[in-house]
Design a protein around this ligand. Structure first.
Ligand code: URP
Ligand code: ZN
Ligand code: ZN
Length: 532
């Protein structure tokens, strides 16, 4: 039986390789040669694991304790747990034991700007696991406006998954059938968030009218509305302006869509969400302009979540002016990476709670794909990497600099995402009953990022050459060790789709506020008509 399974696995991998789907990087030997019980995770096999002597980090506390796992679930968290000999032991003395990262914003196998992202649901997830992220939430793009068809297409793409994943759904057009399908997504498919693109004119962009209808529908379903906030009409004009000036290179990308356009769209989306009285999630907050709109709304009591991404937190736009096209083009993403100063302001906003969690917007294209825009920056596929680098860069930038505590690190990389998308404490916590998605992090070790060593399929890395303190030494998904000693043990097809229920904590009190509003109207006024 074991031989047959190995044969099946080998056959799959040979086909996989012959399709050019694997790369020379270290992920996957894909479990070949590993017994079934150590390859990814499978619901049928049992596993017992004891992580001894570490400092267990949750968003709400830290404590020195052992963590005992059976069949993919944490069953005990306390000091000095005694176990039988058949249990796998991991020594975490002097290290942190914390929930695996959850990346709220990725694009794997996404068809976009005439091509498809180079990382699919296997290579992107392998990269994530090597960097300590055990779950991500990807964006389903509807097919010809159909949500159901889009969902089925992404289900197929995700068949090769090797970790936990969930879906958001983009809304790209509006009619009765979209409205109906939104309900199906929420009630039957485990999707509790919908994204509206206010940019990408001519492809994904929606109108204010659609956004309003979408916000209303999200509210009625208990689903979270998300926005890509840039003024798409003005971006379109800005792009023409650059081309007319003869600025066709990657720097034209940044110049054509300045922070003011991100601030304007963020403010507009926030005000429309206030008008509807529904929570709003602003993805990839890249500028002070957008961040300040979120800060103002939150201060006034509005439920607005702001998600910075790693590129916005740790990079500035100087790379876009690099004379080498390949180097400059790899930094092209939207909204653009901003001038120095925005990065530090976003870090400060994250440390003070103005922004709540960190994503990556991992959306990778290799240099051949980026070269589609060699003569015209508008044709450079938008997107950067980050799914593997997020945990290390956030630790180094935020914790090592003293801006946040170690427990805050857990909150912004895992717990808050689980709360917002309504899967806490199953995810985002080291608690009895939580899924055993765990990392062992050595704060005294170090990391180094390089395009030649990363696990993504892309041939460039926007963080190439970065070094820092801290290292994810072990990643555990569903109770299985999948990353240890710098080696991945993952199998395509072993991943798990995580359904996310509607009506997260963000919806608490919405009905009461609506009732209060209605009772405050003093209308309709009962009038009489006095004829003169
Ligand atoms: O440049 C980006 N961000 N590409 C991915 C699509 C999006 O806007 O999130
Ligand atoms: Zn976007
Ligand atoms: Zn995105």
């Amino acid at each position: 039986m074991a031989h047959f399974l190995t044969y099946l696995l080998l056959s799959f991998l040979i086909i996989y390789d012959s399709l050019g789907l694997s790369q020379s990087n270290q992920f996957c030997d894909a479990g070949v040669g590993y017994p079934e019980s150590t390859c990814g995770f499978s619901s049928s096999s049992s596993s017992k694991l004891l992580i001894k002597g570490g400092t267990v980090l949750n968003a709400h506390q830290q404590e020195v304790a052992d963590v005992y796992v059976e069949d993919g679930i944490i069953v005990a968290v306390k000091p000095n747990i005694k176990v039988d000999e058949d249990v796998t032991l991991l020594d975490a003395t002097g290290k942190y034991v914390m929930p695996g990262g959850i990346d709220p914003h990725t694009h794997l196998a996404m068809e976009f700007m005439g091509t498809e992202t180079i990382d699919d649901f296997f290579s992107g997830q392998a990269a994530a696991l090597a960097g300590g992220t055990t779950m991500h939430i990807d964006f389903v793009i509807p097919v010809n406006g159909s949500l159901v068809t889009g969902f089925e297409a992404y289900k197929k793409k995700a068949k090769k998954s090797c970790m936990n994943y969930g879906f958001h759904m983009a809304i790209t057009k509006w009619d009765e059938s979209v409205s109906r399908e939104m309900e199906i997504m929420v009630k039957e498919k485990g999707i509790n968030s919908f994204k509206f693109f206010m940019a990408y004119k001519g492809s994904l962009m929606i109108s204010d009218e659609l956004l309003l209808q979408g916000l209303e529908r999200c509210k009625s379903l208990g689903a979270l509305a998300m926005v890509h906030a840039e003024n798409g009409d003005a971006v379109f004009e800005g792009q023409k302006r650059m081309i007319d000036l003869g600025i066709t290179g990657p720097e034209g990308h940044a110049l054509s869509r300045p922070p003011v356009l991100e601030g304007e769209a963020t403010a507009r989306a926030i005000r429309l969400a206030k008008f509807v009285n529904t929570p709003l999630y602003v993805v990839h907050v890249m500028s002070i302009d957008a961040m300040e709109e979120i800060a103002r709304a939150r201060k006034s009591g509005q439920k607005v979540i702001g998600e910075p991404v790693v590129s916005g937190l740790v990079l500035n736009d100087s790379g876009l002016w690099d004379p080498d096209f390949v180097t400059a083009a790899k930094y092209v993403m939207s909204p653009p990476i901003r001038e120095s100063g925005h990065d530090k302001a976003l870090q400060a906003a994250l440390s003070t709670g103005v922004l709540q969690l960190v994503g990556t917007d991992h959306c990778t294209f290799n240099s051949t794909q980026k070269a589609f825009g060699i003569d015209d920056f508008r044709k450079i596929p938008n997107g950067v990497n980050g799914i593997e680098e997020r945990m290390h860069l956030v630790w180094d930038t935020m914790v090592e600099s003293g801006q946040i505590s170690v427990t805050d690190f857990v909150r912004i990389t895992s717990t808050e995402c689980a709360r917002i998308f309504n899967i806490y404490p199953r995810k985002g916590a080291i608690l009895v009953g939580s899924d055993a998605d765990i990392i062992i992090f050595n704060p005294n070790s170090s990391f180094e990022i390089s395009a030649s060593m990363h696990h993504s399929r892309t041939d460039t890395n926007v963080y190439d050459g970065r070094k820092g303190k801290g290292k994810v030494e072990v990643t555990i998904v569903g109770g299985r060790v999948v990353w240890q000693d710098n080696e991945l043990k993952v199998v395509p097809g072993s991943g798990k789709y995580i359904e996310m229920p509607p009506f997260s904590y963000l919806f608490n009190g919405i009905d009461k506020a609506d009732a209060k509003y209605l009772s405050s109207l003093q209308a309709p006024v009962k009038r009489y008509f006095t004829a003169s």
